[in-house]
Design a protein around this ligand. Structure first.
Ligand SMILES: [Zn+2]
Length: 706
């Protein structure tokens, strides 16, 4: 029974992935119901907000019907900011396209879109007028000039934009309606046209707002007008779909779900995004042409829907009632005449360590100033070419060394200059180590190899933490070794070190990387994870080769010493273990790098020493690993776990509980994901990872967080 349910979840995940490449070519559903249901499952207390909003709505409607309050139809101005995540494709909508999308939106929220003429007679008298006017902000949260549009260069996020966009930028949602735009919008990992949270149902206030797929923001490339933005903003102001909320249209059971609006007939919802205006699945004709339908001909809100939205706009839930206050209209500048702003830029640098000749794609994030009117000039000394004009530039360096980048943005209102001093490190194209050449960390010039500044052990750690260090405390065969102290790093943070390159051009299939390691805990609950990755060539990604975690002293342990150490830990001779990594499959590669990654879990210290590539027939050559490895650690886990797939291609994960219920899903980023487990009850879960036609599953034990 259990397996069958897991099988179903897996099928759903595979279908989702299969749909992704089609995202540009077809109509996509709305992700609101999925996202709201997930938020309510994670935080059941949010249900109270929905209940309160429904009660407020009922009371307000009753009061108006009984004439106890004057019906107000004053115009409400809503300040808007649009955040575009792009990689320089057509998803990087121009300022003009966004302004047009807002104008089209305003027509639809004031019942003045000409296509209301096409509304069938039965519904013509019900056409409503919400009297909302959306205006792009003219002042940002700091009070600086803005055109209400921010732009972010991010190839990964624009391909799957959802909650990840909100983590990058979110203007105070009490003051702005935030609209986040990506080339492909996703709810979880499901491709969608867009989604929004009902007022007060977002996982936290910074996530209130609307996520949109760029192609359906306003006028489509073929000239037709998309109505996804009015639809999603309808959800933002508490409108359900006309068939009420269920996961799919066309189900007979939808006829029994009400959308809380009197003048929208119950329906099961249009299937297949057509325009069947005589569609009557629940007895009476559906209002197919409603913005809250799934039809291709959406022209209207009903008066009842408009009343419901206006009531939501008076609610403190999700702070909708703050948006249109006189004070907020002043603060966001929407009463000012549109005016140009001086530019304000940030730079997207995808990598700061590159190989000779490798193309480095740079992009300008434009936070103010307007894309259409701002000139950008890049100065790239040492690169060929060494200048570039426009939002993006490609740097390419032939000589090892350290380089700076300057970006100057200017328009008629002013200029903004960014200078990144000594930010790009170009590696030597030559290997630093030959087979048989051992590294014992004796040389005091480390992390330079033999004092060569172009041959470096590259260390990466969160700012202000020590990371991996050369330690004179103890070594395997000499007084020094490489050491990291997990206790000095926040739990879950990644602390990495990458070797200079090894020349494996002439090794035999039996050659191995051999090294010593040792480690000890401070407390029984420590859960450090040590992973080894390999990159076969200078510009090739790192892939997982082995994971050390689990029970102290066990066969895959990272803690080779079983005792606990709260003071300084010095491995004894018997603590050192030998790790042997097959290099079969890497023969003929002259630039192979190894990367050790600690996922910190509170332990005392880990040591690595005596690295060497040896050609030894005494070790049976392992066959090259054809099937990518999945590593889930720590497991058992408290609060978080990290998932790594050795193949960095597109992949997604799902996490299901013991009853088979899906509790979490998402996309892997470059083969990695860190899962927050804080909202989950302790117990056994099943993690599934899907990549193309391959899939993995692993049990994950979630333990209580103390
Ligand atoms: Zn929807």
């Amino acid at each position: 029974m259990l397996l069958k349910k897991w099988g179903t979840a897996l099928f759903a995940a595979a279908m989702t992935l299969g749909a992704l490449p089609m995202a540009q070519a077809q109509e996509l559903p709305c992700g609101t119901d999925l996202m709201v249901q997930r938020a309510l499952a994670d935080q059941p207390e949010l249900r109270e907000n929905l209940r309160r909003l429904e009660a407020e709505t009922r009371d307000a409607e009753q009061a108006r019907r009984q004439g106890r309050v004057a019906s107000t139809d004053t115009l409400r101005i809503i300040p808007v900011v649009v955040h575009i995540f792009h990689n320089f494709g057509s998803e990087n909508l121009t300022d003009t396209q966004i302004e047009e999308a807002i104008a089209l939106l305003n027509d639809r929220y004031n019942g003045r879109n000409p296509d209301t003429a096409q509304v069938v007679p039965e519904f013509k008298s019900r056409i409503g007028n919400a009297r909302f006017e959306f205006r792009l902000a003219r002042l940002d949260p700091q009070g600086n000039c803005t055109n209400g549009i921010t732009r972010w260069v991010d190839a990964a996020i624009t391909n799957a934009g959802g909650e990840n966009m909100k983590a990058v930028v979110s203007w105070n949602t009490r003051r702005y309606l935030n609209v986040w735009v990506a080339r492909n919008a996703v709810s979880g990992s499901t491709p969608v046209n867009g989604y929004a949270y009902y007022p007060g149902t977002a996982p936290n206030p910074s996530r209130e707002g609307v996520v949109m797929r760029a192609e359906v923001m306003g006028r489509r490339p073929n000239g037709t007008i998309a109505t996804t933005l009015p639809h999603e903003i309808g959800h933002y102001f508490n409108l359900a779909h006309t068939w009420g909320n269920s996961n799919s249209t066309g189900q007979a059971s939808n006829c029994n779900i009400d959308d809380g609006v009197d003048d929208t007939p119950n329906t099961s919802g249009v299937v297949g995004f057509g325009c069947p205006t005589n569609y009557a699945p629940c007895g009476t004709n559906s209002n197919v042409q409603n913005f809250m339908e799934y039809a291709s001909c959406r022209f209207m809100f009903t008066a009842g829907q408009c009343a419901r939205m206006r009531i939501a706009s008076q609610s403190s839930l999700g702070a909708r009632n703050n948006l249109w206050t006189a004070e907020n209209l002043q603060a966001t500048g929407v009463l000012l005449a549109p005016r140009p702003c001086p530019p304000q830029v940030a730079v997207s640098i995808p990598a700061t360590v590159v190989c000779p000749g490798q193309a480095l794609a740079l992009g300008a994030n434009l936070v103010a100033g307007g894309q259409d009117s701002t000139q950008l000039r890049w100065l790239l000394p040492g690169s060929s070419p060494d200048t570039a004009i426009g939002l993006r530039a490609t740097a390419r360096y032939t000589q090892p060394g350290v380089y700076s980048i300057r970006l100057i943005a200017s328009n008629r209102q002013g200029a903004d200059t960014l200078f990144f001093r000594d930010t790009i490190r170009v590696l030597s194209g030559q290997p630093g180590y030959q087979p048989g050449q051992a590294e014992d960390f004796e040389n005091p010039t480390w992390p330079q190899l033999n004092g060569d500044s172009t041959q470096l052990w590259l260390r990466e750690q969160p700012a202000g933490t020590p990371g991996w260090q050369r330690s004179g405390l103890v070594g395997f065969a000499s007084p020094t070794a490489l050491r990291v102290q997990p206790i000095l790093h926040q739990a879950g943070s990644v602390v990495a070190i990458t070797t200079p390159a090894y020349n494996l051009a002439t090794i035999a299939p039996t050659a191995v990387l051999r090294y010593k390691y040792a480690g000890a805990r401070r407390a029984l609950g420590d859960v450090d994870v040590l992973r080894l990755f390999v990159s076969p060539a200078c510009n090739q990604p790192f892939r997982l080769r082995t994971t050390r975690s689990g029970a102290a002293g066990g066969p895959t342990a990272v803690y080779t010493q079983q005792s606990l150490f709260t003071g300084t830990y010095r491995p004894t001779a018997s603590d050192w273990r030998t790790e042997v990594i097959s290099l079969n499959g890497l023969q003929s590669n002259a630039f192979v790098r190894f990367r050790f990654e600690l996922t910190a879990g509170g332990g005392n210290a880990l040591f690595i020493d005596s690295l060497v590539v040896v050609d030894t027939a005494s070790v049976t050559a392992l066959s090259a690993e054809r099937v990518p490895l999945l590593s889930v650690a720590p497991n058992p886990a408290q609060g978080y776990t990290s998932v790594v797939l050795s193949d960095p291609a597109r992949a997604s994960y799902t996490l299901s509980d013991a009853t088979g219920r899906l509790v979490q899903q998402g996309a892997m980023s470059a083969g990695r994901a860190t899962l927050s487990l804080r909202a989950l009850s302790p117990g056994l879960y099943m993690l599934q990872v899907v990549q193309g036609s391959r899939r993995w599953q692993e049990r994950l034990l979630v333990q209580p967080v103390h």
